[in-house]
Design a protein around this ligand. Structure first.
Ligand code: GDP
Length: 445
């Protein structure tokens, strides 16, 4: 997600941060590069202009340039503006505080991922909010649509309205409302029909259903891979039906992110969820702050903290934070981290979230390694002496051969591990220097 943009911006800001003093010209030059990066990410031009103007004005206008850490402050301004561009602080959840059943109407073009997303949200409401949801498909256009929703319902363990062949959308909506009232469902999800293009008949049908169902939420599902088209579709829909929010699907494959970045400003509608895969739990509550953090390569610290809190013992984390602050991150610490990573869902999962791990992730993919590597690494460290673990510099060629033999690996695996340890040490120093996280204690707190 956002990989290209993230790489581009990372380069610009590394250069800014690396300098002690910044001139107005430096900021303007950096902003020219940011502008190009945003345009290449397919962000709508007016949104780019606004963004660049806002950042430039703030960065040049205040005392930023005369401050002790100008580069860091410019990055902070960019971060703030990105959050704004993505829709402001925090996740804008569904507003379902109405007399039950709260109706959530799903609309969108064919193939946008609407039916899948309907089931994802029903599952999410059940698991995260304890809401009992029923789903009904109003799609009488596509022959297998109703059947598809039924199958998804079975997978997600969410009830679906029994199919009555030949019934029309508005009548299905009425029947669904009655059934969910009678059976005391909290939420009714209506999956409406899609079309290939936005057309009048579709809009008339949406509005007729909305009149009958008085939805608490009308969510438009759009495919983020279609970039500015997604934004245009959202614009046409919002002129016709009372949209309350947008769900962007296929964010897992979207390296550019133009739709996500333009959506709020062009349509005025919040992005409420992001689809991140085909599985029914591949749904994220869209949180502008988190997403901005990801784009700036600061890692998805909030997600990480949530996961870490569930796995990591506080004493361990404190001890580690202390050692790190002293620059004493040795192989014992790395081993502890590897074991925790394993418990937290493996390397791939973490690598994308942890600051400084982007390179490690790329290296990992290149070498075709997978989570077994965690076990190998554990075995390698296990084959070292206590002295070697606390002072890896001792590991000369002979010792490396011994360790490799002892752990059933090759010398190059041992070297790879040592290199990773070095990279992590360096990344951690960088985090400390950036002052973005108050040591790792904050991360694991
Ligand atoms: P609909 O025609 O709008 O109802 O679209 P479907 O729900 O049938 O989805 C079309 C295809 O997109 C299916 O193969 C889904 O598995 C896939 N899909 C939906 N959402 C996502 C997503 O967030 N990521 C990925 N990778 N695939 C998705």
């Amino acid at each position: 997600m956002f990989d290209n943009l993230s790489d581009r911006l990372g380069g610009v800001f590394d250069r800014l941060r690396g300098r002690g003093a910044l001139s107005e010209a430096d900021v303007r030059e950096a902003m020219r590069e940011v502008r190009v990066a945003l345009l290449e990410a397919d962000v709508a031009l007016p949104v780019v202009r606004r963004f660049i103007d806002a950042v430039t004005e703030k960065a040049i206008g205040q005392d930023v340039l005369r401050s002790v850490t100008p580069g860091q402050q410019v990055v902070k301004i960019v971060d703030d503006e990105l959050v704004e561009m993505l829709g402001g602080e925090g996740h804008e959840g569904l507003k379902l505080d109405v007399k039950p059943p709260a109706v959530v109407m799903m609309v969108g073009l064919q193939g946008s991922g609407k039916t899948t997303t309907t089931a994802k949200i029903a599952k999410y409401l059940k698991e995260k909010h304890g809401k009992k949801a029923m789903m009904a498909s109003l799609d009488v256009q596509r022959p297998a649509a109703q059947e598809q929703l039924k199958v998804l319902g079975e997978q997600a363990d969410v009830a679906t309205l029994p199919i009555v062949v030949g019934q029309q959308p508005v009548d299905i909506a009425r029947r669904a409302l009655e059934a969910s009232r009678l059976q005391s469902f909290d939420v009714l999800m209506l999956d409406t029909a899609g079309r290939l293009h936005v057309d009048e008949a579709l809009m008339a049908e949406m509005n007729a259903v909305a009149q009958v169902a008085s939805p608490a939420e009308v969510l438009l599902v759009v495919d983020s891979l279609t970039g500015q088209d997604a934004v245009n579709v959202a614009q046409s829909f919002s002129g016709e039906v009372p949209l309350t929010g947008v769900v962007l699907t296929r964010m897992d494959g979207d390296a550019r992110g133009g739709a996500a970045l333009s959506m709020r400003h062009v349509t005025g509608k919040p992005i409420k969820f992001a689809g991140t895969g085909e599985k029914l739990d591949a749904l994220e509550a869209f949180d502008p702050k988190r997403v901005a953090g990801r784009i700036l390569g600061m890692g998805d610290v909030v997600s990480l903290v949530e996961k870490a809190a569930a796995t990591i013992k506080e004493e361990d984390a404190e001890a580690l934070a202390k050692r790190m602050a002293k620059g004493q991150f040795d192989l014992n610490d790395l081993r502890m981290q590897l074991q925790q990573m394993n418990q937290m869902g493996g390397l791939g999962m973490l690598a994308g979230m942890l600051p400084g791990m982007k390179k490690a992730k790329a290296a990992l993919q290149q070498s075709g390694m997978d989570d077994r590597v965690l076990l190998h690494m554990d075995a390698i460290i296990g084959s070292m002496t206590a002295k070697e673990r606390s002072n890896p510099a001792l590991l000369n060629a002979k010792r490396k051969r011994r360790v490799a033999a002892g752990s059933g690996t090759e010398v190059q695996d041992v070297n790879r591990l040592l290199k990773m340890h070095q990279e992590m040490g360096r990344a951690m120093k960088q985090i400390k220097k950036m002052g973005g996280l108050k040591g790792l204690g904050a991360l694991f707190g």
